[in-house]
Design a protein. Structure first.
Ligand code: FAD
Length: 194
């Protein structure tokens, strides 16, 4: 797991850091785990180093509390405006990954060969190992354990993936998507009928 237990710096203060800032497995703030608009490192207080230390302690404690809650991180309401050349944040990476996965599922064969099944299984099982947002990967690993991928055909796979995406949606407080093949095909393959 990537969750960090409170370390010696934690003073049990109430969370005060910008919501959405996340620690990685190394205990340091994790950029790819954090929405860009939430990526606001605390400003050092040059006038008062004691206050600055207290502020850092509170920030660490708040990060720990947010992580320990196991819930998704609530994004700040500001629009996601950033220059083109910026690396992806957790949301851009997520949208791109879901786009790839749902589209690949939508075009997966109705009757896949054993080789196609094996490769799809391998792709899905590699995600918790390789996905760069560590807490996302950790949640996905747990989710896949309780809900093993159904690679038997494109309808089953599209549904399975939709449900896994809904699990993330619910965790992040977003609404669920209708996982019928009509709706997933409309979104990822055919487009609206009119
Ligand atoms: P997204 O959730 O990225 O969805 C993109 C589009 O897919 C939507 O606009 C909608 O049209 C469609 N859609 C929505 N739900 C479904 C569904 N169930 N089935 C089919 N289509 C659907 N972010 C975090 O902050 N914390 C996490 O722990 C986290 N874990 C993640 C784990 C994985 C494996 C992935 C791929 C992403 C994860 N993310 C996480 C990112 C998060 O899921 C979103 O991608 C991100 O917040 C951007 O959300 P969005 O509202 O733009 O739409």
């Amino acid at each position: 797991s990537t969750l960090q237990m409170p370390g010696p710096e934690s003073d049990g203060s109430k969370p005060s850091l910008p919501p959405g800032m996340v620690l990685g497995p190394d205990g340091k703030p994790c950029k790819i785990c954090t929405a860009f608009r939430n990526w606001k490192p605390p400003k050092p207080n040059v006038q008062d180093s004691v206050a600055s230390t207290q502020s850092r302690k509170k920030t660490t404690a708040a990060m720990m509390a947010a992580l320990a809650s196991g819930k998704g991180f609530v994004s700040q309401p500001e629009p996601d405006i950033r220059p083109e050349h910026c690396p992806p944040d957790v949301e851009q990476l997520g949208r791109a990954t879901w786009t790839f996965l749902h589209t690949t599922a939508a075009y997966y064969p109705e009757r896949p060969t054993p080789n196609q099944r094996a490769n799809m299984l391998s792709l899905l099982r590699s995600l918790p190992v390789l996905y760069p947002c560590s807490h996302c990967a950790s949640h996905l690993e747990d989710n896949i354990k309780t809900h093993p991928p159904d690679v038997s055909g494109r309808v089953a796979l599209s549904r399975w993936l939709c449900q896994r995406h809904n699990d993330v949606n619910v965790r992040l407080g977003k609404s669920s998507f209708d996982c019928s093949i009509e709706k997933t095909d409309e979104r990822w393959k055919d487009g609206p009928s009119d």
